[in-house]
Ligand binder design. Sequence first.
Ligand SMILES: *Cc1c(COP(=O)(O)O)cnc(C)c1O
Length: 367
Amino acid sequence: MNIEELANPSVLTQPVYEPGKPIEDVARELGLDPEGIVKLASNENPFGASPLAVKAAKKALKGVALYPDGGCVRLRAKLGAFHGVEPRQVVVGAGSNELLELLGHVFLRPGDEALMSECSFAVYKLVALLFGARPVEVPMVNFTHDLAAMAAAVTERTRLVFVCTPNNPTGTFNTEEEVLAFARGLPGHVVLVLDEAYGEFLEKRPDFLQLVREGRNVICLKTFSKIHGLAGLRVGYGIAGAGLAGLLNRVRQPFNVNAVAQAAAAAALDDRKFVEKCARKNRRGLAQLRRGFRKLKVESVPSAGNFILAKVGDGARVFAELQGRGVIVRPMGGYKLPEWVRVTVGTPSQNKRLLRELEAVLSGMAG
Ligand SMILES: *Cc1c(COP(=O)(O)O)cnc(C)c1O
């Protein structure tokens, strides 16, 4: 018997997430030295992680024969104190991606609708489909979530609404006032998921937790993968009412967050200097890329994240040619933006290299 006939049919139609290519894969395929390859494809922190987090991770390695703290008690206490909420309002996941899946587990049934902006984080749609729900994608205005149109698209079947701000992959954000008004206008049968993976990169950081304090059906998702530079350890968290957090805790696996990740995340949270330094360097990097793109007559979308969309013409081809030159970016065809690529903000020298290779690629294509 064909093994696929044994599978749940919804698995066979499930699309697969396409991650940014690892440096090692590109080096092997192209016969290049991995040292010479620059990866600006997955919005990782080009400055690495806080040294305090790395030190804590090394220390935790000594205890890996034991299961981790299944309840993430210490980390949740720290996160609660940091955000001014109770520990039982915090749920920790193996990346905030795991929490997105847990939200599907808890709230989505076949036939339900999950509302999202078109051109937002690909995982929202994948989660909806995984649980047999219908992803409803609302067009953007100026690469930005159209919250009025999203409010109008809510139906009786809507269960989850995803708002990502700053938004991946467009880099745009919605203001605090806008998001608060949108959240306060949602009906009671809807849960709002505010994905703040890039929140720390904003110069003026919004306070969406006031929605949680008001007792609304809202969860704020945050991650250690981006500004904290711990993408490889997989740890993210959500803050919500104790009821909502409790439901997510009920469906997660007992030891979903490993011991090294818990220790590193706790230390990373304490290193505010590192976070602020990375935010500042990122803003300078964004300015460097904007200037460089302008010089090349390449349009870009003003970004509040650690990445930027650039209109390069044939995005798939520019992606492939840049990769051949050892610079990995992200093509945007899957987001229905075939003329664009998304570039993660790198170190000053990585940004310079990207701009140099892009100039060569574009002049080669023109000639
Ligand atoms: C990177 C990212 C995340 C976080 O992913 P992790 O699973 O925490 O690594 C969540 N949402 C968006 C929009 C992202 O870009």
